[in-house]
Design a protein around this ligand. Structure first.
Ligand code: NAD
Length: 312
């Protein structure tokens, strides 16, 4: 591990800024690492590959690696149906740009790594320690965490100046903006590199300070938990709750359909992170949410959550 606050770490952050040009545009051919081949990891790998980056996705789970290439192909197809602009890179080239691996050691050459592992504090802390050991000293690490304070993960590394949060929303390829979290020790150069990477994949970063749940999930997780409690107490069923938000407020999606899209397992994990980090009992996941997850109904990805879905 590099020493915290060491001169090499500071110099490395400057180097990373110098490298920001490599992340700024299509055809950059820089190697970007992604940790986790799930919903977010695959979506973010797609964004990067379609902008011309070489991407290495690492996941220790055989089952995740087995299904990820097909999910990537489906994601590319879908994005091409929705996107107004033609893609910069042909579909086969985008698929070929992504390689799949099992160990963080496979990210030794990556200049930028996006961590998309499950939302559990000890697991992510371990991943950051492994990345710090495996990756080059000038690599920048971004966590896609939903709620864990960036400073807590950065403290697992000897390069806290080179760590920040990049909270992509789901589905990553179809969203225009990303909540970017500046940790207490994130260097200006690291922020510049991350914003350049985002600009190069056609997205805007909206920068906020570090806090549990940042802006988005501090608010959204309470809303989803409360909407689930409304169903639990029998005030209205899930379809009715979502209709109120769509037809009365004009939201594109109700809170329970949003929960299904995110993944109810991820919602419960995120609420527990917020509960632990804030001590605020409002973040205690309600029984309805926990029961659905325990029954394997984690939302769209399992075919059922608060609503039923035709295809997984
Ligand atoms: P997911 O469950 O779909 O995928 C997680 C992946 O990480 C799985 O493939 C799993 O095999 C893999 N994994 C497990 N242990 C690992 C390890 N030690 N190293 C590397 N990979 C490992 O979860 P997701 O929805 O993609 O969420 C990933 C992160 O993104 C979480 O922090 C989540 O809070 C955040 N996030 C999720 C959403 C969303 O809508 N799903 C949105 C924004 C942020």
């Amino acid at each position: 591990m590099n020493e915290p606050n060491s001169a090499p770490a500071a110099a490395a952050a400057t180097d990373a800024a110098g490298a920001s040009g490599a992340f700024g545009g299509a055809g950059g051919a820089s190697v970007v690492g992604v940790v986790g081949a799930g919903t977010m990891g695959t979506g973010i790998a797609q964004c990067l590959a379609e902008a011309g980056h070489r991407v290495i996705v690492v996941d220790p789970e055989e089952s995740a690696l087995a299904t990820a290439p097909a999910r990537l192909r489906d994601g590319i197809r879908l994005a091409r149906m929705f996107r107004k602009q033609p893609a910069a890179v042909a579909m086969d080239a985008a698929l070929d740009a992504v390689t799949w691996a099992r160990s963080p050691r496979d990210l030794a050459d990556a200049r930028f790594v996006l961590e998309c592992a499950p939302e559990r504090i000890p697991l992510k802390e371990k991943v950051f320690r492994e990345l710090d050991d495996a990756c080059r000293g000038d690599a920048v690490f971004a966590t896609v965490t939903s709620a864990i304070p960036v400073g807590r993960l950065a403290a697992q590394t000897g390069r806290p100046r080179q760590v920040l949060g990049m909270h992509f929303m789901n589905p990553a390829p179809l969203k225009e903006a990303v909540e970017v979290i500046r940790g207490p020790r994130t260097a200006d150069e690291t922020l510049d590199t991350a914003l350049a990477l985002l600009a190069g994949i056609g997205k805007t970063g909206i920068v906020v300070s570090d806090a549990p749940g940042f802006v988005s999930n501090r608010v959204l997780m309470l809303t989803i938990n409360e909407a689930a409690t409304v169903v639990q107490q029998g005030t209205a069923d899930a379809a009715t709750v979502d209709r109120i938000f769509q037809d009365c407020f004009g939201h594109t999606m109700g809170p329970l359909a949003t929960g299904d899209l995110i993944g109810l397992d991820t919602i419960v994990d995120t609420l527990y992170v917020l509960l632990e980090c804030t001590g605020d009992e409002r973040f205690q996941p309600c029984g309805q949410l926990r029961d659905l997850v325990a029954a394997g109904h984690a939302g769209r990805k399992t075919g059922q959550g608060f609503h039923r879905y035709g295809t997984v």
